[in-house]
Design a protein around this ligand. Structure first.
Ligand code: PLP
Length: 423
Protein backbone atom coordinates (compact mmCIF):
# COMPACT_ATOMS: atom_id res chain seq x y z
CA UNK A 1 0.00 0.00 0.00
CA UNK A 2 3.01 2.31 -0.06
CA UNK A 3 2.70 5.12 -2.63
CA UNK A 4 5.15 5.35 -5.48
CA UNK A 5 6.84 8.32 -3.83
CA UNK A 6 7.29 6.33 -0.62
CA UNK A 7 8.34 3.07 -2.22
CA UNK A 8 10.52 4.35 -5.02
CA UNK A 9 11.47 8.01 -4.69
CA UNK A 10 14.03 7.75 -7.50
CA UNK A 11 11.40 6.82 -10.10
CA UNK A 12 8.85 9.19 -8.56
CA UNK A 13 11.27 12.11 -8.74
CA UNK A 14 12.09 11.44 -12.39
CA UNK A 15 8.36 11.20 -13.18
CA UNK A 16 7.67 14.49 -11.42
CA UNK A 17 10.48 16.03 -13.45
CA UNK A 18 8.88 14.77 -16.66
CA UNK A 19 5.50 16.24 -15.66
CA UNK A 20 7.16 19.62 -15.09
CA UNK A 21 8.98 19.38 -18.41
CA UNK A 22 5.70 18.70 -20.21
CA UNK A 23 4.02 21.59 -18.44
CA UNK A 24 6.78 24.18 -18.82
CA UNK A 25 7.82 23.60 -22.42
CA UNK A 26 6.02 23.48 -25.76
CA UNK A 27 5.82 19.96 -27.23
CA UNK A 28 6.12 20.01 -31.01
CA UNK A 29 7.37 16.52 -31.78
CA UNK A 30 4.95 15.57 -34.55
CA UNK A 31 4.38 12.03 -33.23
CA UNK A 32 3.55 13.08 -29.66
CA UNK A 33 0.37 14.17 -27.92
CA UNK A 34 -1.12 14.54 -24.42
CA UNK A 35 -3.62 11.91 -23.33
CA UNK A 36 -6.62 13.00 -21.27
CA UNK A 37 -7.12 12.08 -17.64
CA UNK A 38 -9.54 9.23 -18.49
CA UNK A 39 -6.87 7.56 -20.64
CA UNK A 40 -4.28 7.90 -17.85
CA UNK A 41 -6.77 6.35 -15.42
CA UNK A 42 -7.48 3.39 -17.72
CA UNK A 43 -3.78 2.78 -18.27
CA UNK A 44 -2.86 3.05 -14.62
CA UNK A 45 -5.50 0.51 -13.67
CA UNK A 46 -5.83 -3.04 -12.29
CA UNK A 47 -6.40 -4.29 -15.83
CA UNK A 48 -2.61 -4.50 -16.04
CA UNK A 49 -2.93 -7.62 -13.84
CA UNK A 50 -4.98 -9.69 -16.25
CA UNK A 51 -3.83 -12.37 -18.68
CA UNK A 52 -6.23 -12.68 -21.62
CA UNK A 53 -4.51 -14.57 -24.44
CA UNK A 54 -6.97 -15.08 -27.26
CA UNK A 55 -9.91 -12.88 -28.23
CA UNK A 56 -13.22 -11.95 -26.52
CA UNK A 57 -15.32 -15.07 -26.01
CA UNK A 58 -12.36 -17.33 -26.97
CA UNK A 59 -9.69 -16.85 -24.29
CA UNK A 60 -7.04 -19.23 -23.02
CA UNK A 61 -7.50 -17.91 -19.45
CA UNK A 62 -10.40 -17.83 -17.02
CA UNK A 63 -11.82 -14.68 -15.48
CA UNK A 64 -11.95 -12.69 -18.70
CA UNK A 65 -15.58 -11.59 -18.45
CA UNK A 66 -14.76 -7.94 -17.76
CA UNK A 67 -11.77 -7.54 -20.04
CA UNK A 68 -13.88 -9.06 -22.82
CA UNK A 69 -16.30 -6.15 -22.42
CA UNK A 70 -13.43 -3.71 -22.64
CA UNK A 71 -11.88 -5.27 -25.76
CA UNK A 72 -15.26 -5.46 -27.52
CA UNK A 73 -15.85 -1.78 -26.79
CA UNK A 74 -12.43 -0.90 -28.20
CA UNK A 75 -12.91 -3.00 -31.34
CA UNK A 76 -16.43 -1.78 -32.06
CA UNK A 77 -15.59 1.87 -31.48
CA UNK A 78 -12.49 1.62 -33.72
CA UNK A 79 -14.60 0.08 -36.50
CA UNK A 80 -17.18 2.82 -36.15
CA UNK A 81 -14.73 5.73 -36.02
CA UNK A 82 -12.96 4.59 -39.20
CA UNK A 83 -15.82 2.83 -41.01
CA UNK A 84 -13.87 -0.43 -41.04
CA UNK A 85 -15.22 -3.97 -41.27
CA UNK A 86 -12.65 -5.44 -38.89
CA UNK A 87 -10.43 -4.21 -36.05
CA UNK A 88 -7.71 -5.80 -33.93
CA UNK A 89 -6.80 -3.63 -30.95
CA UNK A 90 -4.18 -5.89 -29.36
CA UNK A 91 -0.88 -4.70 -30.90
CA UNK A 92 1.36 -3.37 -28.13
CA UNK A 93 2.70 -0.65 -30.42
CA UNK A 94 2.83 0.48 -34.02
CA UNK A 95 5.82 -1.70 -34.83
CA UNK A 96 4.04 -4.82 -33.50
CA UNK A 97 0.94 -3.98 -35.55
CA UNK A 98 3.12 -3.67 -38.64
CA UNK A 99 4.93 -6.95 -37.98
CA UNK A 100 1.56 -8.70 -37.75
CA UNK A 101 0.33 -7.03 -40.95
CA UNK A 102 3.32 -8.24 -42.93
CA UNK A 103 3.06 -11.69 -41.40
CA UNK A 104 -0.56 -11.87 -42.58
CA UNK A 105 -0.03 -10.41 -46.05
CA UNK A 106 3.17 -12.12 -47.21
CA UNK A 107 5.72 -14.86 -46.65
CA UNK A 108 9.35 -14.31 -45.64
CA UNK A 109 11.50 -13.91 -48.73
CA UNK A 110 8.77 -12.15 -50.71
CA UNK A 111 9.06 -8.49 -51.65
CA UNK A 112 7.53 -5.37 -50.13
CA UNK A 113 7.74 -1.84 -51.48
CA UNK A 114 7.36 1.23 -49.29
CA UNK A 115 8.58 4.80 -49.01
CA UNK A 116 12.33 5.08 -48.49
CA UNK A 117 13.21 5.85 -44.85
CA UNK A 118 15.41 8.72 -46.03
CA UNK A 119 12.41 10.26 -47.79
CA UNK A 120 9.98 9.97 -44.85
CA UNK A 121 9.14 6.24 -44.64
CA UNK A 122 9.17 4.23 -41.40
CA UNK A 123 11.65 1.65 -40.08
CA UNK A 124 9.01 -1.09 -40.34
CA UNK A 125 8.57 -0.44 -44.09
CA UNK A 126 11.79 -2.26 -45.01
CA UNK A 127 14.74 -0.64 -43.23
CA UNK A 128 17.63 -3.08 -43.37
CA UNK A 129 18.22 -3.42 -39.61
CA UNK A 130 14.48 -3.80 -38.88
CA UNK A 131 12.65 -7.16 -39.03
CA UNK A 132 10.96 -5.87 -42.20
CA UNK A 133 14.28 -5.50 -43.98
CA UNK A 134 15.66 -8.78 -42.64
CA UNK A 135 12.69 -11.06 -43.36
CA UNK A 136 11.57 -9.60 -46.68
CA UNK A 137 13.04 -8.43 -49.95
CA UNK A 138 12.76 -4.65 -50.12
CA UNK A 139 12.11 -2.20 -52.91
CA UNK A 140 11.33 1.45 -52.28
CA UNK A 141 10.02 4.61 -53.83
CA UNK A 142 10.80 8.18 -52.84
CA UNK A 143 9.83 11.75 -53.52
CA UNK A 144 10.83 13.75 -56.60
CA UNK A 145 14.01 15.76 -56.15
CA UNK A 146 12.46 18.90 -57.68
CA UNK A 147 9.13 18.95 -55.78
CA UNK A 148 9.71 16.65 -52.75
CA UNK A 149 6.31 15.15 -53.55
CA UNK A 150 5.58 11.46 -54.27
CA UNK A 151 5.02 11.11 -58.02
CA UNK A 152 2.55 8.30 -58.72
CA UNK A 153 3.92 7.76 -62.23
CA UNK A 154 7.31 7.02 -60.67
CA UNK A 155 5.72 4.76 -58.03
CA UNK A 156 3.93 2.85 -60.80
CA UNK A 157 7.09 2.51 -62.87
CA UNK A 158 9.04 1.14 -59.88
CA UNK A 159 6.17 -1.18 -58.91
CA UNK A 160 5.91 -2.62 -62.43
CA UNK A 161 9.67 -3.23 -62.44
CA UNK A 162 9.95 -4.63 -58.88
CA UNK A 163 6.64 -6.52 -58.69
CA UNK A 164 6.30 -6.49 -54.88
CA UNK A 165 3.73 -8.71 -53.14
CA UNK A 166 2.86 -5.84 -50.78
CA UNK A 167 2.70 -2.15 -51.61
CA UNK A 168 2.93 0.20 -48.61
CA UNK A 169 1.51 3.72 -48.44
CA UNK A 170 2.29 5.65 -45.26
CA UNK A 171 4.99 7.77 -43.70
CA UNK A 172 6.60 9.26 -40.62
CA UNK A 173 7.78 12.50 -42.19
CA UNK A 174 5.89 13.76 -45.23
CA UNK A 175 3.71 16.89 -45.33
CA UNK A 176 1.20 15.97 -48.04
CA UNK A 177 -1.66 13.57 -48.71
CA UNK A 178 -0.94 10.31 -50.52
CA UNK A 179 -3.23 9.27 -53.37
CA UNK A 180 -4.68 6.03 -51.97
CA UNK A 181 -6.84 5.38 -55.05
CA UNK A 182 -3.75 5.55 -57.26
CA UNK A 183 -1.89 3.16 -54.91
CA UNK A 184 -4.87 0.80 -55.11
CA UNK A 185 -4.88 0.85 -58.87
CA UNK A 186 -1.12 0.12 -59.03
CA UNK A 187 -1.52 -2.72 -56.51
CA UNK A 188 -4.32 -4.20 -58.65
CA UNK A 189 -2.24 -3.86 -61.79
CA UNK A 190 0.60 -5.98 -60.34
CA UNK A 191 -1.56 -8.25 -58.15
CA UNK A 192 -0.14 -6.84 -54.91
CA UNK A 193 -1.84 -6.25 -51.56
CA UNK A 194 -2.16 -2.64 -50.42
CA UNK A 195 -1.25 -1.84 -46.83
CA UNK A 196 -1.67 1.73 -45.55
CA UNK A 197 0.16 2.72 -42.38
CA UNK A 198 -1.78 5.79 -41.20
CA UNK A 199 0.04 6.05 -37.84
CA UNK A 200 0.74 9.74 -38.24
CA UNK A 201 -2.46 11.05 -39.75
CA UNK A 202 -5.09 8.71 -38.20
CA UNK A 203 -6.53 11.49 -36.02
CA UNK A 204 -7.13 13.64 -39.09
CA UNK A 205 -8.79 10.68 -40.83
CA UNK A 206 -11.03 10.05 -37.80
CA UNK A 207 -12.13 13.69 -37.92
CA UNK A 208 -12.84 13.58 -41.66
CA UNK A 209 -10.04 16.08 -42.37
CA UNK A 210 -7.82 13.74 -44.39
CA UNK A 211 -8.81 11.25 -47.12
CA UNK A 212 -9.51 7.85 -45.57
CA UNK A 213 -7.38 4.90 -46.71
CA UNK A 214 -9.94 2.41 -45.35
CA UNK A 215 -12.04 2.04 -48.54
CA UNK A 216 -8.90 1.50 -50.67
CA UNK A 217 -6.52 -0.64 -48.61
CA UNK A 218 -6.61 -4.36 -47.87
CA UNK A 219 -5.22 -3.56 -44.44
CA UNK A 220 -4.69 -0.32 -42.50
CA UNK A 221 -2.44 -0.11 -39.44
CA UNK A 222 -2.03 2.77 -37.03
CA UNK A 223 -0.58 3.86 -33.77
CA UNK A 224 -3.04 5.29 -31.27
CA UNK A 225 -0.77 7.84 -29.61
CA UNK A 226 0.03 10.36 -32.34
CA UNK A 227 -2.71 12.59 -33.85
CA UNK A 228 -5.27 10.12 -32.45
CA UNK A 229 -4.24 11.23 -28.95
CA UNK A 230 -4.69 7.90 -27.16
CA UNK A 231 -2.37 5.52 -25.29
CA UNK A 232 1.00 4.46 -26.72
CA UNK A 233 -0.08 1.39 -28.72
CA UNK A 234 -1.13 0.04 -32.12
CA UNK A 235 -4.22 -1.12 -33.96
CA UNK A 236 -5.12 -2.86 -37.23
CA UNK A 237 -8.20 -2.29 -39.42
CA UNK A 238 -9.11 -4.33 -42.47
CA UNK A 239 -11.64 -5.80 -44.80
CA UNK A 240 -13.46 -8.77 -43.24
CA UNK A 241 -11.70 -11.33 -45.40
CA UNK A 242 -8.41 -10.58 -43.61
CA UNK A 243 -9.88 -11.03 -40.10
CA UNK A 244 -8.72 -14.58 -39.42
CA UNK A 245 -5.22 -14.14 -40.78
CA UNK A 246 -4.66 -10.85 -38.98
CA UNK A 247 -5.98 -12.13 -35.66
CA UNK A 248 -3.69 -15.13 -35.74
CA UNK A 249 -0.73 -13.01 -36.85
CA UNK A 250 -1.15 -10.74 -33.81
CA UNK A 251 -1.80 -13.65 -31.41
CA UNK A 252 -0.12 -16.11 -31.35
CA UNK A 253 1.97 -14.87 -34.29
CA UNK A 254 3.63 -11.83 -32.76
CA UNK A 255 2.43 -11.45 -29.19
CA UNK A 256 1.35 -13.30 -26.08
CA UNK A 257 -1.05 -11.73 -23.61
CA UNK A 258 -2.59 -8.42 -24.67
CA UNK A 259 -2.09 -5.34 -22.47
CA UNK A 260 -5.67 -5.03 -21.23
CA UNK A 261 -5.02 -1.70 -19.47
CA UNK A 262 -3.78 -0.27 -22.77
CA UNK A 263 -6.79 -1.75 -24.57
CA UNK A 264 -9.11 -0.08 -22.03
CA UNK A 265 -7.31 3.19 -22.73
CA UNK A 266 -7.75 2.58 -26.49
CA UNK A 267 -11.50 2.10 -25.95
CA UNK A 268 -11.61 5.48 -24.16
CA UNK A 269 -9.56 7.12 -26.91
CA UNK A 270 -11.93 5.77 -29.58
CA UNK A 271 -14.91 7.15 -27.65
CA UNK A 272 -13.26 10.57 -27.60
CA UNK A 273 -12.35 10.32 -31.31
CA UNK A 274 -16.06 10.23 -32.14
CA UNK A 275 -16.79 13.60 -30.52
CA UNK A 276 -17.19 17.11 -31.94
CA UNK A 277 -14.56 18.36 -29.51
CA UNK A 278 -12.06 15.92 -31.04
CA UNK A 279 -12.89 17.18 -34.51
CA UNK A 280 -12.41 20.80 -33.42
CA UNK A 281 -9.02 19.85 -31.97
CA UNK A 282 -7.94 18.25 -35.26
CA UNK A 283 -9.08 21.40 -37.09
CA UNK A 284 -6.87 23.50 -34.81
CA UNK A 285 -4.02 21.03 -35.42
CA UNK A 286 -4.28 21.61 -39.17
CA UNK A 287 -4.74 25.36 -38.85
CA UNK A 288 -1.60 25.45 -36.69
CA UNK A 289 0.58 23.55 -39.13
CA UNK A 290 -0.56 25.79 -41.98
CA UNK A 291 0.37 28.87 -39.95
CA UNK A 292 3.81 27.35 -39.24
CA UNK A 293 4.31 26.48 -42.91
CA UNK A 294 3.45 30.02 -43.97
CA UNK A 295 5.73 31.68 -41.44
CA UNK A 296 8.68 29.26 -41.82
CA UNK A 297 8.35 29.26 -45.59
CA UNK A 298 7.96 33.05 -45.83
CA UNK A 299 10.15 35.59 -47.63
CA UNK A 300 11.63 37.04 -44.42
CA UNK A 301 13.19 33.73 -43.34
CA UNK A 302 14.13 32.70 -46.88
CA UNK A 303 17.02 35.20 -46.71
CA UNK A 304 18.46 33.09 -43.89
CA UNK A 305 18.25 29.91 -45.95
CA UNK A 306 15.12 28.58 -44.21
CA UNK A 307 12.23 27.02 -46.11
CA UNK A 308 9.60 24.28 -45.75
CA UNK A 309 9.59 21.20 -47.95
CA UNK A 310 6.89 21.18 -50.66
CA UNK A 311 6.14 24.82 -49.79
CA UNK A 312 3.43 23.96 -47.27
CA UNK A 313 1.48 21.20 -45.58
CA UNK A 314 -1.81 19.27 -45.75
CA UNK A 315 -1.28 17.56 -42.41
CA UNK A 316 -0.22 18.09 -38.78
CA UNK A 317 3.46 18.75 -39.44
CA UNK A 318 5.92 20.82 -41.42
CA UNK A 319 9.37 19.78 -42.55
CA UNK A 320 11.81 22.65 -42.25
CA UNK A 321 14.64 22.56 -44.78
CA UNK A 322 17.91 23.89 -43.33
CA UNK A 323 20.19 22.80 -46.16
CA UNK A 324 20.93 26.45 -46.99
CA UNK A 325 20.81 27.79 -43.43
CA UNK A 326 23.68 28.62 -41.08
CA UNK A 327 22.17 26.00 -38.70
CA UNK A 328 22.09 22.26 -39.25
CA UNK A 329 19.30 20.07 -37.84
CA UNK A 330 21.13 19.34 -34.59
CA UNK A 331 21.84 23.01 -33.96
CA UNK A 332 18.24 23.90 -34.80
CA UNK A 333 16.90 21.24 -32.42
CA UNK A 334 19.29 22.37 -29.66
CA UNK A 335 18.46 26.06 -30.08
CA UNK A 336 14.71 25.40 -29.90
CA UNK A 337 15.29 23.15 -26.87
CA UNK A 338 17.11 26.02 -25.16
CA UNK A 339 14.10 28.30 -25.57
CA UNK A 340 11.69 25.58 -24.41
CA UNK A 341 10.32 24.15 -27.67
CA UNK A 342 10.80 20.42 -28.30
CA UNK A 343 11.12 19.24 -31.90
CA UNK A 344 13.19 16.58 -33.63
CA UNK A 345 15.83 16.91 -36.27
CA UNK A 346 15.04 14.97 -39.38
CA UNK A 347 16.69 14.06 -42.66
CA UNK A 348 15.40 15.86 -45.71
CA UNK A 349 15.20 13.82 -48.93
CA UNK A 350 18.54 13.85 -50.78
CA UNK A 351 20.15 15.14 -47.58
CA UNK A 352 23.83 15.98 -48.03
CA UNK A 353 24.37 15.53 -44.26
CA UNK A 354 24.47 12.23 -42.29
CA UNK A 355 21.33 10.86 -40.46
CA UNK A 356 22.64 11.75 -36.97
CA UNK A 357 23.13 15.34 -38.02
CA UNK A 358 20.66 15.93 -40.82
CA UNK A 359 19.49 19.12 -42.53
CA UNK A 360 15.88 19.26 -41.44
CA UNK A 361 13.48 19.71 -38.55
CA UNK A 362 10.11 17.98 -38.20
CA UNK A 363 7.66 20.23 -36.33
CA UNK A 364 4.14 19.12 -35.44
CA UNK A 365 1.08 20.73 -33.90
CA UNK A 366 -1.05 17.89 -32.37
CA UNK A 367 0.17 18.20 -28.77
CA UNK A 368 -0.26 21.98 -28.64
CA UNK A 369 -3.71 21.73 -30.24
CA UNK A 370 -4.64 19.28 -27.47
CA UNK A 371 -3.29 21.79 -24.98
CA UNK A 372 -5.83 24.26 -26.36
CA UNK A 373 -3.81 26.33 -28.82
CA UNK A 374 -5.73 28.10 -31.56
CA UNK A 375 -4.68 30.36 -34.42
CA UNK A 376 -3.44 33.22 -32.22
CA UNK A 377 -1.17 30.96 -30.18
CA UNK A 378 0.14 29.08 -33.21
CA UNK A 379 0.93 32.42 -34.86
CA UNK A 380 2.97 33.40 -31.78
CA UNK A 381 4.77 30.00 -31.72
CA UNK A 382 5.52 30.24 -35.44
CA UNK A 383 7.01 33.68 -34.91
CA UNK A 384 9.13 32.48 -31.98
CA UNK A 385 10.51 29.57 -34.03
CA UNK A 386 11.12 31.68 -37.13
CA UNK A 387 12.92 34.33 -35.09
CA UNK A 388 15.07 31.74 -33.33
CA UNK A 389 16.08 29.91 -36.50
CA UNK A 390 16.67 33.09 -38.48
CA UNK A 391 18.90 34.65 -35.81
CA UNK A 392 20.67 31.36 -35.01
CA UNK A 393 23.73 31.84 -32.80
CA UNK A 394 22.70 35.47 -32.18
CA UNK A 395 19.22 34.53 -30.94
CA UNK A 396 18.01 36.39 -27.85
CA UNK A 397 17.44 33.19 -25.87
CA UNK A 398 16.06 34.73 -22.62
CA UNK A 399 13.51 36.85 -24.52
CA UNK A 400 12.34 33.91 -26.65
CA UNK A 401 12.22 31.63 -23.62
CA UNK A 402 10.02 34.20 -21.83
CA UNK A 403 7.54 34.18 -24.73
CA UNK A 404 7.44 30.37 -24.61
CA UNK A 405 6.86 30.40 -20.84
CA UNK A 406 3.98 32.83 -21.20
CA UNK A 407 2.21 30.49 -23.65
CA UNK A 408 2.87 27.49 -21.40
CA UNK A 409 1.43 29.35 -18.40
CA UNK A 410 -1.62 30.54 -20.33
CA UNK A 411 -2.47 26.93 -21.24
CA UNK A 412 -1.95 24.84 -18.09
CA UNK A 413 -1.43 21.13 -18.66
CA UNK A 414 -2.86 18.43 -16.40
CA UNK A 415 -4.14 21.06 -14.01
CA UNK A 416 -4.87 19.41 -10.65
CA UNK A 417 -3.18 16.13 -11.60
CA UNK A 418 -1.53 16.02 -8.20
CA UNK A 419 -5.00 15.39 -6.73
CA UNK A 420 -6.02 12.65 -9.19
CA UNK A 421 -4.33 9.91 -7.20
CA UNK A 422 -2.18 8.99 -10.18
CA UNK A 423 1.22 10.23 -8.99
N1 PLP B 1 4.38 3.50 -38.40
C1 PLP B 1 4.66 4.79 -38.59
C2 PLP B 1 4.31 5.43 -39.90
C3 PLP B 1 5.27 5.52 -37.57
O1 PLP B 1 5.59 6.81 -37.77
C4 PLP B 1 5.59 4.87 -36.35
C5 PLP B 1 6.23 5.58 -35.22
O2 PLP B 1 6.89 6.52 -35.33
C6 PLP B 1 5.31 3.51 -36.22
C7 PLP B 1 4.69 2.86 -37.27
C8 PLP B 1 5.73 2.70 -35.03
O3 PLP B 1 5.08 2.96 -33.88
P1 PLP B 1 5.68 2.52 -32.45
O4 PLP B 1 6.75 3.51 -32.14
O5 PLP B 1 4.49 2.59 -31.57
O6 PLP B 1 6.21 1.13 -32.59
Amino acid sequence: TASLAELDPEVATAMAGELSRQRDTLEMIASENFVPRAVLEAQGSVLTNKYAEGYPGRRYYGGCEFVDVVEDLARNRAKEVFGAEFANVQPHAGAQANAAVLMALMNPGEKLMGMDLAHGGHLTHGMKLNFSGKLYEVASYGVREDTHVVDMDQVRETALREKPQVLIAGWSAYPRHLDFAAFRSIADEIGAKLWVDMAHFAGLVAAGLHPSPVPHADVVSTTVHKTLGGPRSGMILAKKEWAKKLNSSVFPGQQGGPLMHAIAAKAVAMKIAGTEEFKARQERTLAGSKILAERLGGADVAGNGISVLTGGTDVHLVLVDLRHSQLDGQQGEDLLHEIGITVNRNAVPFDPRPPMNPSGLRIGTPALATRGFGEAEFTEVADIIATALATGADADVPALRARVSKLAQDFPLYDGLENWGLL
